[in-house]
Design a protein. Structure first.
Length: 157
């Protein structure tokens, strides 16, 4: 199986899980969860969407839904990418965590954890391809967190 096909399989899994999460009924109408939980979920969702949009804009011409890097795309290590390697995935995970909390059912959270797993494997695959394409990627990876910024500097090799 080629890299592009494998990449699109990751994308398909990601969108199937997003579809489930979005279309699953909420407990909001049933009055099961307190309104503060719905408000918290909505706030987290908005924060994630803001992060996602900023990350998309920062990536510029290197943007691709497929984790296989574009042929002529430069390695972006500025802006949000100076703090984390996958801020688009981070924004998506934050937004969908908010959606899962807002949905209020355990299945929402189970789907979210499945999405975390898919995006973690997709990110590792993308990083393997980026390492092969960009010699400087390994040093960037050593000092930059995957989904969240590193709180301390990486040890020197």
């Amino acid at each position: 199986m080629g890299d592009k096909v494998k990449g699109y399989l990751f994308v398909l899994m990601q969108f199937v899980l997003l579809g489930f999460l979005i279309t699953m009924p909420s407990t909001r109408e049933a009055g099961v969860f307190p309104e503060t939980l719905f408000a918290l979920g909505a706030a987290i969702m908005v924060a994630g969407l803001v992060l996602l949009v900023i990350a998309l804009i920062s990536l510029g011409k290197s943007i691709s839904v497929n984790p296989v890097p574009k042929a002529n795309a430069p390695l972006v290590t500025t802006g949000l990418y100076a703090k984390m390697r996958h801020p688009i995935y981070s924004g998506l995970l934050l937004a969908t965590l908010g959606a899962a909390i807002w949905g209020g059912l355990i299945p929402h959270l189970l789907i979210w954890f499945a999405l975390v797993s898919v995006l973690s494997v997709k990110a590792a695959y993308e990083e393997m391809l980026l390492s092969a394409k960009h010699p400087e990627y390994d040093s960037y990876k050593a000092k930059t967190g995957r989904f969240i910024p590193r709180l301390r500097k990486a040890p020197r090799a």
